[in-house]
Structure formats: C-alpha cells, structure tokens
Design a protein around this ligand. Structure first.
Ligand code: IFM
Length: 437
C-alpha cells in the first residue's frame, strides 16, 4: 500500500438506529423507523432495531474495539428522538447524557468523535406533522442542532449535518422502501429542498455555538451509460443530475441543476443563500456505480437502471468497482474546482455472508480485497490532485441494515445477535495494520 499524507484521517462509521437498540430507554421518543419496521412486510426478516447491537449499553466495549483498531476517528450518529423525543422543545438531558458518555469515552481512547445529526431517524411526531415535506422541519432541525452543539460542541471534532439526503428522499419518499414509506416519485422534491434548507440552517446554528468543522455526507454513484443513443445520453444525464448533483450543486453555490421533478415553487427567496453556507468538508459515501439507459416507452421514469456486467458482486448484489471511487473523486474535483472543500470518504464498505468457523474465527478475504481496492483508489485520486483527507469504513460492526434487517453484514467486527458477542473479523486485523503503517 502506498503512503498517505501525514494527518490523513482513518475511521469507521455507524449510525444510531442501526446499532444502539434501547429504543424505549431513558425517555427516547419513537422515530419513523420504529414505526416503519413494525409495518408487516417492510423488513425482509421481520426484525426491528429495538435491540440492534445493544450499543447503548455496550458502548464501552465498542470503544475498546475502536481503540484496538487504532483508528483516529469514529463516525456515529445522534438519535434526534433521544435529544428531542417529540422533535421539539428543550433538550432531553438523559438522551444527551448517553452521547456525552460516548464522546468522553472516545476522547479518552484517543479517537476523534465525528457526529452525524440526522441519519434518517426522524422523530415520529415530526413525521405526523408532515415530516420533511413540511418546511417547518428544517427549522426544527436547526433547533435540534443548536441543542446538541450546546452540549457536545466543545468535544466533537467534525459535525455532519445530514447523511445521504438523496437516499432518504428517493427510498424513503420516492419509492417507499425506507421509512417513512411514501411513494411520491418525483413529487418528493420538497424533501430534497427542506433537508438542504435544514442543513444550511443547522450549519448556522452549529457555527453560532462555535461547533465546527462542519460537513454533510452525500451518497454518490458515478453513472455508467449503457447504450449510445441520444436517449441513453439524456437518461444518463437525468440520473446523474438527480443522484450526484441535486444535493451538491446548490450546496456549493451553483443553484439546483435541471433535475427531474424539481419544483421551483418550493424554493423561497433567499433559500439558496442559506443552504450554500460554506462547509469545511464534503463527506462522500460511495458503494458502487449505476448502469443507466433510456427507459422503455411509457415508463414513469426518465431513465432505466441496468445491472453492470463484469464486476465481482457483494452479498447485496452490488458491483465491486473501486475504479468508480477514483472516477467519482476526480469528477467532483473537475466539476466544482475551487468551490470544492476537502473531501473525506465518510462511508465505504461491503456486505458479505460472514460466518464464524469451527474455532469461532471469521475470515472475510473478500472484504479485505474490497477495502484494499478502494483505499488504493483514494490514493490515486490524491495523487491526481483531489484533496481527500480521510477514509471511513462502513461499518465498525455488523448491524441492522434498514429494509434488509439483520441479513446483510457490513462490519469489520462480527456480531452474534442472540448473544451480542463481538468477534473481530480478519478485515479488522487488516485495517488495523493498514492504519498502523
Ligand atoms: O447501512 C447503510 C448506511 O446507513 C447508509 N449508507 C449505506 C449503508 C449500506 O447500505
């Protein structure tokens, strides 16, 4: 492995609903995922995040795993319904106490706390008032950011406002496979704008508390155009605008791209200035490229997704394409030039069906190969001049993978859910050795 610049940040990521469990403990309010997971047929194995990895009670053990890994940073998310059980009103002290303990434990272990404010677990009470379709949710989000920064702002080393607002819009509100399960297709655009507005208002709230640096974690997927007609080209452009530009162009001061479904009536005077508040870091979550061609006649979508041949595949059936990460980083650099802040890859990882052997060891050579390829892709991008300053593996632990329940394992550490026993996989040792070097 080639050398990385001094100070490069190596980390791992998780999110609250996927690992914490304890969903009714210490006054936490219900979130949209508590509701959604209970609806029949939503989650493939019928599970919920009620217990997940029981991290709420085992965070000290998990912090020890981070210390053993030697990472310089840990990206976790804060559950809004712990801080404001109904999504409004004063901070709920017992909820913040948990993150206070976690952050202090991380600092004592020499690990920088990197906190995401919204990783999809909206308080159910806000959903009942319209959720992200309601402009007021943006203001509520800034209030929650302020309350959280007042308590943790002196110790968190990087604040991330939103995680993957594109996925929350498209899966949660476009096609309904994630909470809150709305199927609005392109009428989901207000969810994009209100999340971005909430981001901009939260950036201001964080800065007012001198809580910085500040970032957003966007999910990107380089588009591989399949077919060579004008219609294929138009389809590829439409998908690229929706997935890769809708949540970045306006942040970096370009206004919205010409994306399907964009409704100017949702955008009020002055909004574009609010959401273009300067950020210090752009978080990039990357998993795979997307094959796109022109849709069949009569399709409700302006593009059609097609599986990409010729790549190994993960247990999620996602193509393993490290070259896509290099391509994406170079594309961001070319596209935004001087407007692009330093990038940190805030998620990169893969699911495999990892099973302990007779001795209890979990050998996951495919994950090692996956990470090796993606870390090298980051290095190539840095060599080509892209300012990348960090790389976080998704994920520290096997965890509750949304609509896939417990059926997809992304961790460097295997979790036996019935006993909650943690077993570091061979990829944990590989990543530890990489970080050490
Ligand atoms: O588990 C998710 C995470 O919550 C957001 N990014 C993608 C991961 C894998 O699907």
């Amino acid at each position: 492995m080639p050398d990385f610049p001094a100070g490069f940040r190596w980390g791992v990521s998780t999110s609250a609903y996927q690992i914490e469990g304890a969903t009714t403990v210490d006054g936490r309010g219900p979130s949209i995922w508590d509701t959604f997971a209970r609806e029949p047929g939503r989650i493939v194995d019928g599970s919920t995040g009620d217990e997940a990895c029981d991290h709420y009670h085992r965070h000290a053990e998990d912090t020890a795993l981070l210390a053993g890994l030697g990472v310089s940073a840990y990206r976790f998310s804060i559950a809004w319904p712990r801080v404001q059980p109904t999504g409004a009103g004063p901070a709920h002290a017992a909820g913040l106490d948990f993150y206070d303990r976690l952050v202090d434990g991380l600092l004592a272990a020499g690990v920088d706390p990197v906190a995401t404010l919204f990783h999809w677990d909206l308080p159910q009470a806000l959903e009942d008032a319209g959720g992200w379709l309601n402009r007021d949710t943006a203001a509520r989000f800034a209030e929650y950011a302020d309350l959280t920064a007042a308590r943790l702002g002196d110790r968190v080393k990087l604040w991330i406002t939103l995680n993957e607002p594109f996925i929350h819009m498209s899966l949660g509100h476009g096609i309904g496979t994630h909470a809150p399960g709305r199927m609005l297709l392109f009428d989901a655009f207000p969810v994009a704008h209100h999340q971005l507005l909430g981001h901009g208002l939260a950036v201001a709230a964080l800065r007012a508390r001198t809580a910085s640096p500040v970032a957003i974690a966007n999910n990107y997927s380089p588009v591989r155009q399949v077919g060579d007609t004008d219609a294929d080209r138009a389809a590829a452009q439409a998908y690229d605008a929706l997935h890769n530009r809708l949540f970045t162009d306006p942040l970096l001061g370009r206004g919205y791209p010409d994306a399907p479904g964009l409704d100017p009536a949702v955008i009020h005077d002055g909004d574009l200035d609010v959401l273009a508040a300067p950020i210090d870091v752009l978080g990039v979550n990357y998993y795979n490229p997307t094959g796109i061609r022109a849709p069949e006649e009569g399709s409700p979508l302006p593009f059609e997704m097609v599986p990409l041949d010729g790549y190994p595949r993960t247990a999620f059936d996602w193509p393993v394409a490290p070259d896509g990460l290099r391509e994406l980083l170079l594309q961001l650099h070319d596209r935004y030039g001087d407007a692009l802040p330093p990038i940190q890859v805030t998620e990169s990882g893969c699911a495999y069906d990892d099973v302990p052997d007779a001795q209890g060891r979990v050998d996951d050579p495919e994950r090692i190969a996956y990470l090796d390829g993606h870390v090298r892709a980051v290095h190539e991008a840095i060599t080509a001049g892209v300012p990348v300053t960090g790389y976080f593996v998704w994920s520290l632990l096997d965890n509750w993978e949304w609509a896939e329940g417990f059926t997809k394992r992304f961790g460097l550490v295997h979790v036996d859910y019935p006993t909650q026993r943690r077993t570091p996989k061979s990829s944990y040792a590989w990543f530890r050795d990489l970080v050490r070097r």
